[in-house]
Design a protein around this ligand. Structure first.
Ligand SMILES: NC(=O)c1ccc[n+]([C@@H]2O[C@H](COP(=O)([O-])OP(=O)(O)OC[C@H]3O[C@@H](n4cnc5c(N)ncnc54)[C@H](OP(=O)(O)O)[C@@H]3O)[C@@H](O)[C@H]2O)c1
Length: 238
């Protein structure tokens, strides 16, 4: 039986992936802050699961707790970092900007560090991070969110290069969703909002194929391409 850990499994994409992985015979470690939601999820899972309280915004504690979870499961093949926060912050409220940086940058990097060192020791593994199409360009309403996702995608590229240099079969997958129907998808002007089961199934297919990158849903590749080619003088006016 394969094993997977999902950080940010209490709701949304992480929760749906936990269900799919368990249905596909994975032992799953499910982590997040709202442990009552993890207990509810555990009752729905058809295979063995282990719950762990992790608040990634306290990186020192979170790293110890993730290591504990890995050893409680007895070695992990797949680690998915789905934890994330995002806020519309037009007045650049520092408390919101800081929370995004704490969770999506420091918290993400701390979790990726533990997972990659685990995989380096084992000689194999698969790290998946849920970044965003937002990683491609900056945004005036949520500058910290887009910048945090750029950090995640760039960091994942670095980890992928490191694994290749060491010639180890460690897969590093950067997932860039557009909009997915979860609590996170807020604000006006949302379009192409993917139903959660469809988005999670596409992510699972990408994991099975051990791809390096994927847009979710697939048609967001077009938006990704457009964002890359639109010149600054047009992008600044959108
Ligand atoms: N939905 C979209 O349209 C969309 C688009 C692009 C990218 N994404 C990304 O997808 C990922 C999952 O988001 P979602 O859409 O599934 O939204 P969600 O339902 O709000 O899920 C966010 C998850 O992050 C966890 N989390 C937040 N702060 C945390 C902390 N300090 N420590 C540990 N876990 C924490 C939450 O768990 P607790 O609060 O229980 O700790 C929850 O499980 C995020 O990284 C998000 O940026 C979403």
């Amino acid at each position: 039986m394969q094993s997977a850990v999902i950080i940010g499994a209490t709701s949304g994409i992480g929760r749906e992936l936990a269900k799919i992985l368990s249905e596909n015979n994975y032992v799953v470690g499910i982590a997040g802050r709202r442990t009552h939601l993890l207990s509810e999820l555990q009752k729905e899972l058809p295979n063995k699961s282990v719950i762990k309280y992790i608040d990634v915004s306290s990186p020192g504690d979170a790293m110890s707790q993730l290591k504990e979870l890995f050893s409680e499961i007895g070695g992990v093949d797949l680690c998915i970092i789905s934890s994330g926060v995002g806020f519309i912050s037009p007045d650049l409220q520092w408390s919101l900007e800081k929370e995004v940086i704490d969770v999506n940058v420091s918290g993400f990097a701390a979790m990726a560090n533990v997972a990659m060192n685990h995989f380096f020791q084992r000689g194999s593994g698969h790290l998946v991070a849920i970044s965003s199409v937002a990683a491609i360009r900056g945004d005036g309403d949520s500058p910290s969110y887009n910048a945090s996702k750029a950090f995640i995608s760039n960091y994942m590229e670095g980890l992928r290069k490191r694994a290749r240099k060491l010639n180890l079969p460690i897969v590093v997958t950067d997932i860039k969703p557009g909009f997915v129907a979860t609590a996170m998808a807020k604000g006006d002007g949302l379009f192409w909002v993917a139903p959660l089961p469809k988005a999670a199934q596409q992510i699972f297919n990408v994991i099975k194929r051990k791809k390096s990158h994927a847009y979710i849903t697939k048609r967001w590749r077009l938006i990704g391409w457009l964002l890359k080619v639109i010149p600054d003088f047009i992008y600044d006016r959108i």
